[in-house]
Structure formats: C-alpha cells, structure tokens
Design a protein. Structure first.
Length: 359
C-alpha cells in the first residue's frame, strides 16, 4: 500500500509534515469522490450526515480501497439507523463529568478529555457526541488540574479526547508538566491512534516530551493492514525513546471478527513493541449495530486465541458496561445471561448491566 495517486505529486517534505497532513484532511463528499468509487449508501451519508463529521488524513486515505478499514472511515446509511437500545453516551460519561474536562468513573482513575479532534474519525466512535464538534473550550484546564490535586485517591490519569497527540508539543507538555508534579499521580497515559493514522506526528521532539514525563501510550489498532512501514518506524522510534506502549482493539463485525485477522494483528503489534492489552466489545453508540458482533461469538473468539497463540499476544476481552459501570473482563460464557436480545453482565460488586446483543 502507498499514497493514493491523487497525492502522488505532493513533495515528500510536505507529505511527511504532520501539520500539512492535518491541514489537508478529507472531510466531505467533494474531497473523497475523486479518490475512490463511492457506493450510493456512502454518497448519501457523506452528503447528509451532520451528527458526526468525517475526517481522514491524507496518509490514512491509503486504506480507502481496503475492504475492511474502509468501513470504519467512510460513513454509510447504516449510521442513520438508530435503535432504542443504543445510546448517545453509552458509557454514561456525562453523569460522571466532574469538571468541563474530567470524567471520574473509577475510584483511582480519571479520564481527562483535552480535545475533540482526531486525525481520522472512526465511524464507531464512543464519543461521537463530542468528537469533531468544535464547541470545546480547551483554553483553561486549571479547574481540572485543581480537581486532580485535591483528590488524593487519583493515581492514574488517562488523557484522551479526541486524540491528544494531535495537539502541539507546547500545549501537550503544558498539560503533562502540571499533572506530573502532583505527587499522588503515579501513572499518566495517553489514548491515541496517531501511529496508525498520522505516523509522521511521532517526531523526535514529541518522543522527548513523552519520555520526560514518563507517559504510557494506549494505542488504537483494529487491523493488521494498519501496520505499514511508516507505523512500524513510528512505534520503533517511540520504543527506542523508552515509551511504554499497549494497544486496544475494538472488535468490529466484518472488519476483524475472526481468529486469523486478530492473531496476525497481535503478533505484528508485539513485533513493534506494543503489548496487546484490550480487545473491546463495540459500545452500543447510536448507529453502531452494523459494527457490533454477537457476544457469544466474541467470547468464543477470545477463547480460541488463548489456545492458539502466546499468552503475551492475548489481550483482555472486556465489555464496557452501558451506563457507566466500567470495563468488565469476560473470559467465559458463564459470565453472561441471555434474555432475548439482551445480555446481562455483572461486575465484581455483582452490579448488573444490560448490553444490547445482535444476531
């Protein structure tokens, strides 16, 4: 795979400039129509969707003709179908919002949302209610920093959004420096898909910042075809700079919901020093039914991995309980109870949550 013919004459210095990539992302029907043959469903969605924006970095557009990844970056009519058991905020984050930027669901961990923008928008995004929407005030994080300082039980800060690595080095370091001096914070993580969608963002300067503040990266990968030479180079640069990396993969129907694809992906991740960490059941965000897998199939899939590949390559399969109960590890069919099209799951406190299953 390589850059599309549309970009073939772009000077390499420009192409490898992450700021140029962001300035030239593809966001509309007019941007995309000349790059690939669009189906009638895709044309309709690109022309009419206003609930969740489209954004594809020029680099990641190499996957527009990939039968699997394409489904996750070009909108389709299926997004317009909303079922009553789907949610705008499936994880109940808003009820746990304690400052304009902080979601506090777990006792010792907070989610710090610092931006609403990504280099490429995933069509199954859990935060499509806020991602891509420029009505987010990131001018002042002082109230959030003060909240962390006052709550001494907070040991783990996960910085997310949007994608924090799309921010400038200066802005990112300002946030990291203020968090790192808080003595009770032991872990700082950043959730990002940048190595897959905008690998040129992984500069020497960024690596120095991440190393300086001892940041873990939680990287989002969904398919082995994302592990291109540029991504390999970016992850090895991070690894050589001493940055610890783990991955999270959303299980997606028709994209990666088979043993062979996942095995290939997880071993490729290990080869670039990224530990497979989470395999996530797709959250029931509105318009997501075409992406969600049957839970029994998901469990059997993770069980098949345990018996076929190294334990180091096997992530933990989790369901993020709808409503805000947090992530529940699933290892056995015995952990779920089927009631029609609903699946009942329990956390360690025996609290029950309902996940809308699909056939």
């Amino acid at each position: 795979m390589n850059r599309l013919k549309h970009f073939i004459n772009i000077d390499d210095d420009l192409w490898n400039n992450w700021k140029w990539q962001i300035s030239n992302y593809l966001s509309s029907y007019d941007d995309i129509k000349n790059l690939t043959n669009l189906s009638s469903s895709e044309v309709f969605a690109l022309k009419n969707s206003n609930k969740f924006g489209t954004s594809i970095s020029p680099y990641y557009s190499m996957h527009l003709n990939n039968n699997f990844i394409r489904k996750t970056i070009i909108p389709s009519k299926d997004e317009f179908i909303n079922y009553k058991d789907e949610y705008v905020d499936p994880l109940g984050e808003e009820k746990n919002r304690v400052t304009p930027h902080i979601i506090h669901t777990y006792p010792d961990k907070i989610l710090f949302l610092v931006t609403t923008f990504c280099a490429t928008y995933c069509r199954y995004c859990t935060r499509s209610r806020i991602v891509s929407k420029p009505k987010f005030d990131n001018s002042n994080y002082n109230d959030s920093i003060e909240y962390i300082k006052k709550n001494k039980n907070i040991r783990d800060v996960l910085i997310s959004g949007g994608d924090p690595l799309i921010m400038s080095d200066t802005s990112l370091e300002e946030i990291l420096s203020k968090i790192r001096i808080i003595s009770h914070v032991k872990i700082i993580r950043i959730g990002s898909k940048i190595p897959a969608v905008l690998p040129m963002r992984i500069t020497d300067g960024l690596c120095k910042i991440l190393n300086k503040y001892n940041v873990w990266l939680s990287l989002h990968f969904i398919h082995p075809d994302e592990i291109q030479p540029e991504t390999i180079k970016a992850c090895k640069k991070l690894s050589n700079a001493g940055i610890s990396m783990i991955s999270q993969t959303v299980l997606l129907k028709g994209v990666n919901d088979n043993k062979e694809t996942l095995i290939k992906l997880f071993y490729l991740l290990l080869s670039i020093n990224v530990k497979p960490y989470y395999l996530l059941q797709c959250d029931p965000i509105k318009g997501s039914k075409h992406f969600r897998t049957n839970i029994k199939k998901s469990i059997k899939l993770i069980q098949s991995l345990h018996s076929n590949i190294s334990g180091v390559a096997v992530p933990q399969f989790v369901i993020d309980s709808p409503g805000g109960g947090g992530k529940i590890p699933i290892v056995s069919l015995k952990q779920i109870k089927q009631k029609g099209k609903k699946v009942i799951i329990e956390d360690f406190n025996e609290n029950k949550y309902v996940y809308p299953d699909v056939s």
